[in-house]
Design a protein around this ligand. Structure first.
Ligand SMILES: [Zn+2]
Length: 139
């Protein structure tokens, strides 16, 4: 039986700069040119002031654990070998309430705690090295 491939992201309109930065091991996010706030997920309008002007600004990759869950049942056949694994909601250091979802890697579930410091990591897909994604590690 051949090894199943884990799904990988397909950049689509509006998210291409994010994925391109991942491939350069950087974390970027849309930042409103009017009010200066970051927003996640990518969107054509600012979720704070509705302005449509933005740039893609770098982030430090630092944050803290806001919440997490331990996945014990794979939802995709390719994930069977990964369970249990941790999905974490991270509040990023740059802005209060700026949160994104990530995998937490290289960490035993029992070691996770609310407000634990984390930093971003990068993982690449075994079959599609051009399809990098971000992961998170405890600091
Ligand atoms: Zn704004």
């Amino acid at each position: 039986m051949s090894e199943l491939s884990f799904p990988y992201p397909i950049p689509e309109y509006g998210t291409e700069p994010y994925w391109a930065a991942c491939n350069e091991e950087r974390l970027v996010m849309q930042r409103c040119k009017s009010c200066g706030k970051f927003r996640w997920h990518p969107a054509p309008l600012c979720t704070f002031c509705a302005d449509d002007a933005y740039d893609w600004a770098p982030l430090s990759g630092r944050g803290r654990v806001y919440s997490w869950t331990v996945i014990t049942h794979a939802v995709h056949p390719a994930a069977v070998a990964r369970v249990p694994y941790v999905v974490v909601e991270v509040e990023l250091a740059e802005q209060p309430n700026l949160r994104m979802i990530s995998n937490l890697v290289d960490c035993e579930p029992a070691a996770i705690a609310f407000d634990a410091d984390v930093t971003r990591g990068v993982h690449t897909h075994a079959r599609w090295p051009e399809a990098a994604g971000l992961s998170t590690r405890l600091r």
